[in-house]
Design a protein around this ligand. Sequence first.
Ligand SMILES: [Zn+2]
Ligand SMILES: [Zn+2]
Length: 410
Amino acid sequence: MGAIFGNEMTWLRGLVQKYYSSVTIAPAYDVSRREFGYGSIQKIDTRHAGFATNAELNAFLRNVSPLFISASVSQFLNPEARPNPTKGLVGSDLIYEFDADDIPTDCKQIHDSWACPHCGAQGKGRVLKCTSCAHGTKVDEWVCSECVNATKTQTFSLLSVLRDDIGFSDDAISVNFSGSKGYHTHIRSTAVFSLPKSARVELMDYLSLHEMDLSSLGFAFDGKQYSCPPPSQAKGHALRLVREIIRLVESASIEEWGVFSGVSPRSLRPFLSQRQRLVQEVRAGILPPLPGKRTEPFWNSVLSALVDRHRLFIDRQTSGDIYKLIRVPDTIHGSTGLLAKTISLDSLPEFDPFAECVAFSWVSQRKVFVKACPTIRIGSETLDGLSEKEITVPGPLAAYLVGWGAATLR
Ligand SMILES: [Zn+2]
Ligand SMILES: [Zn+2]
């Protein structure tokens, strides 16, 4: 993916203009209080922009038609003022982003590839350091349903913590596709509006289980016995972990136990032959000892593997940033020609961004020269991976390839 120029830029911006001429973007907040940033070469070429009304924002989109437009997570008295501290901060939403790049999924081995500019080595997968010379690599990154769905799974985990542990109601929560590699969750509520940065970071640490102190959740070894919070009394992360332990003792395979505990099947077999008794002990608040192994390191290792599995891949850098700009929901992502569509929480489980976010569905066949791409699916069309080839494809696929920087127009 890289910046696009010339004919490709003109073509894409023409499509963007046509799209914005056919719809009205209506953000869920007062646009006059938000700072906007937009760009076509980069995602944000210009920031500190402001619009007095929704109509003004829509006129701008029709006239200027940037490939990307973002707005501040914060509300300001003077959104256009600079430097930032003079904007007059009123309050900020909470925003959590999950990006497929941050989640290690197997599909990257299929659709990503890397090359070393130093020694010329190359290979498949998201490899950031050359395997031959340790020089930084250039990665050709793509996404697919598998890795984008992994960000959806993370979003569901986030939603469960936001609802069950923090107590946010669904009407304060809004989820949208990012337009490219993941999902954004916005919390717009007076309850969070005035939270200082320190509280935002603390909340994020709780959500992401960052440096979580397990003894504060009730998991503790007293020298003889490892206790856990009884599930009947546990809440929040403690309940999630203890439920997961019950699932493990009830039904996880010996292989899964091996991965979690680092203990050999031979040692685990007698332990797991009494699953019913183990479940009863966990329900009573005890993590049962594994015969022949030291109890503390055994359960420490299981618990730390469980924490890792439940950890949310939240970007700690940006989630606390009150000056952050984030894509305006329901606008176009110029690298894909897909919409950053707002999704009702009810339809999120079935949501398929590659089918439901196509912005340029009216564009018919277009001839392009593809430099290289893995198998991709846009709308109802799937294109098998290919390289160095001229091909005629449906408009939305052409927009994806051109926006991604993987094809030129012919
Ligand atoms: Zn190298
Ligand atoms: Zn993928």
